[in-house]
Design a protein around this ligand. Structure first.
Ligand SMILES: N[C@@H](CCC(=O)N[C@@H](CS)C(=O)NCC(=O)O)C(=O)O
Length: 215
């Protein structure tokens, strides 16, 4: 058995953060596929009692530890490996600031937008999609501006703030109906820098479950 197990599925950008981090630090890990779209395993009592009482993916298992929330998982892996770790109080606080902003307002809107537009059956209400798209455009603009004057979110060095923010950005443009990189040139250059890191893989090559049956 590998040192780490990650409950995940290919379409999850939240899980991709953890899977990408595990790969970038060269960890010995294996995925545990969660049948999110078919059986809705994350909603079962068994999943909620044995895996994650929040009913969410990703979950990282490391020996007796079971961690959920990608920001917690990234922090744990950065502290254990010493890689992509914010150093000192100022960097730690700045990283936390970006993890929270990302979870709530960047990938926190991108994930549901893509889900409702492309993956949900039936698709989401157009009014909800329009609301989310307005928020997404504003918040991607903030990220693009941030990256205009520095190669990575905190500055010259890649940290878990970058791994977190990359969550949904590599999924195909047609799944969003707009091109994140095509519309934001600083984000595009930053995505290329992350892609060049040893161990980088596309979410569909890193986690099981793509393509979805019948799609
Ligand atoms: N803030 C969480 C978000 C996790 C999350 O929302 N995961 C989705 C999958 S992409 C999920 O499991 N949702 C369960 C559901 O909506 O039933 C994190 O970063 O880990």
């Amino acid at each position: 058995m590998a040192e780490y197990q990650l409950y995940c599925f290919a379409q999850s950008g939240n899980a991709y953060r953890a899977a990408l981090m595990l790969n970038l630090i060269g960890a010995d890990w294996e995925p545990v596929w969660v049948d999110f779209f078919g059986k809705g395993v994350q909603r079962t009592t068994e999943f909620r009692t044995k895996v994650n009482d929040m009913g969410e993916v990703p979950v990282l298992v490391h020996g007796a530890k079971k961690l959920s929330q990608s920001g917690v998982i990234l922090t744990y892996l950065a502290e254990r490996s010493g890689k992509f770790r914010p150093e000192g109080e100022d960097e730690r606080l700045e990283t936390l600031r970006w993890l929270l902003f990302d979870n709530q307002k960047v990938n926190g809107y991108l994930g549901p937008y893509r889900f409702l537009r492309t993956l949900a059956r039936p698709p989401g209400d157009p009014a909800v999609l329009a609301f989310l798209k307005g928020r997404i455009d504003n918040n991607l603009g903030i990220v693009d501006q941030r990256l205009a004057s520095r190669p990575f979110v905190l500055g010259p060095r890649v940290t878990i703030a970058d791994v977190s923010l990359a969550g949904y950005f590599y999924f195909p443009a047609e799944e969003f109906g707009f091109d994140i990189a095509g519309e934001h040139k600083n984000i595009a250059a930053w995505l290329e820098r992350i892609k060049a890191l040893p161990g980088w893989k596309h979410p569909y090559d890193l986690m099981p479950g793509h393509p979805l049956p019948g799609r």
